[in-house]
Design a protein. Structure first.
Length: 157
């Protein structure tokens, strides 16, 4: 699975919303779909059953918190939810590190790097939101290269 192929499967009810323009949201939503496969694999092992639940909750809350924050009317309110998303991305990275024994080093390292890219995006967005009075991101660009992370996502076998 790669990001561009995945993007074509997202329904218009989501892609037609102005929220879809936010790269951090799109990547967070993609990460949740990728995590589905990782969690399914982790659930097969008794020792990582609880880890799989924690991981899926953390990854899923990245895009959910961005979506909720996006709808807030002040930059301060948006920043608070983006901080929650940032915390969830860091928590996800932590759980992915702990899952490396089951997922394997290559997949775990890919996910660690992917979470780090989302963390970088959110870290860039936060100061902008704290000082911003308007409600939306307008064509912001981020100095992050995601091409190699999105071109071919490794899935557990």
């Amino acid at each position: 699975m790669n990001f561009n192929d995945w993007r074509t499967t997202v329904p218009e009810t989501i892609t037609g919303d102005s929220l879809w323009k936010m790269e951090a949201y799109r990547l967070g939503l993609f990460a949740a779909d990728v995590a589905w496969y990782d969690v399914t694999r982790l659930m097969l092992h008794k020792r990582t059953l609880d880890l799989s639940d924690q991981l899926y909750r953390a990854v899923g809350s990245i895009s959910a918190n961005i979506a909720e924050g996006y709808s807030k009317s002040t930059g301060k309110d948006r920043a608070r939810f983006y901080e929650y998303a940032l915390g969830s991305a860091r928590e996800s990275r932590d759980w992915y590190y702990k899952s490396r024994h089951i997922l394997g080093e290559d997949i775990a390292n890919h996910r660690l790097n992917f979470m780090t890219q989302i963390i970088r995006l959110l870290t860039t967005m936060l100061p902008q939101q704290r000082i911003q009075g308007t409600i939306r991101e307008s064509g912001s660009t981020y100095d992050v290269r995601l091409d190699h992370l999105l071109s071919n996502v490794l899935l557990p076998q």
